[in-house]
Design a protein around this ligand. Sequence first.
Ligand SMILES: Cc1cc2nc3c(=O)[nH]c(=O)nc-3n(C[C@H](O)[C@H](O)[C@H](O)COP(=O)(O)O)c2cc1C
Length: 386
Amino acid sequence: MLRYLTAGESHGPLLTAVLDGVPAGLSLAAAYIDEQLARRQGGYGRGGRMKIEKDRVQITSGVRGGVTTGSPVTLLLENKDWVNWHRIMDPGPEADMVSRAVTRPRPGHADLAGAIKYGHRDLRNVLERSSARETAARVAAGAVARRLLEELDITVVGSVVRIGGVAAAEPRLSAAELAEAVRRSPVYCADAAAAERMVEEIDRARAAGDTLGGVFEIKVFGLPPGLGSYAQRDRTLDGRLAGALMSIQAVKGVEVGAGFAMAAARGSEVHDEIFYAPGRGFYRRTNNAGGIEGGMSNGEVVVLRAAMKPIPTLYQPLRSVDMVTKQPLEAAVERSDTTAVPAASVVGEAVAAWELAAAVLEKFGGDTMREIKERVARYRAYVKGI
Ligand SMILES: Cc1cc2nc3c(=O)[nH]c(=O)nc-3n(C[C@H](O)[C@H](O)[C@H](O)COP(=O)(O)O)c2cc1C
């Protein structure tokens, strides 16, 4: 079973991820994880914090000589900002609990509900953990899953398809073409003309002290059919992927394939007819299902989309109420992004890769990469030969 936990506060000394169930024999370099971390830190529209942090992973267990051993993998990410915050965030009794206390909950954040739930008056105790800084740990964990999938020729590519009012056209690209187009774009969007308009939209929102949301898309190439299952609700692949994407801070909607648009269409217009060619096996000419039917991958490209709400911290703050005095006040402002949809697309890739790697291991089992690769190859041959 593949599982992981993350821990750490936004301004604490470090973020930690502990990954259990990673098979032995997977080559894994810190530089590979760092590449994904750098992508998460990038994207036009981010705020001042990302200039301070330069995330670099330290692998402190489960990898030896650049290869996983089968033991739990521990990943550490230092917060460079800790030097400015250690007095505030000190776990001991000497912590300064006063100077950076937050008592004005920000609408759209965990602040108010978290304070009520855990009995805090200082909202810092909530926002330090609910902050999306945590997604750095998820990206690090997801990079390990991505590495595993790569070994099986499964590629996960995220891209931004909307920022605010600007939507991208959807070019039909191969995995490599899509990844390259995204890499070149300041907003991780494969449609270069739309990307230019997105940058302008971000500039306008920033000038107005406002923020933007958007939509990112995750495509998975090379997934064999039959991952996930219809047999039990918690084994459905779409359920698990949607849950993982929905768990990303600020994601408010997820769709698979044609998703919500299918609700307005007739059945004859959306269901993907089945064809067969010797040597190729079963295939489809359309992919409105987004590569998943009955809770299982069906062999087509998996297409997922997630809607992200606008960043809730506004430099033109919204109205709120002080937790202590109960007086109406403007919400607190912490250093913040104008939009983080490009970064969220990288987080989306990471969490999707994790769920897919878990589904692969559930189907094929195996404690070593060698076993897993052999089994996947045999299964692919079986599918082709049906
Ligand atoms: C990569 C990423 C970066 C984010 N950056 C910020 C930010 O700078 N400021 C902010 O207020 N919210 C930011 N958010 C959104 C909040 O973390 C999120 O809206 C908040 O935790 C409330 O959770 P909910 O929207 O899921 O209800 C970011 C989210 C992501 C995924």
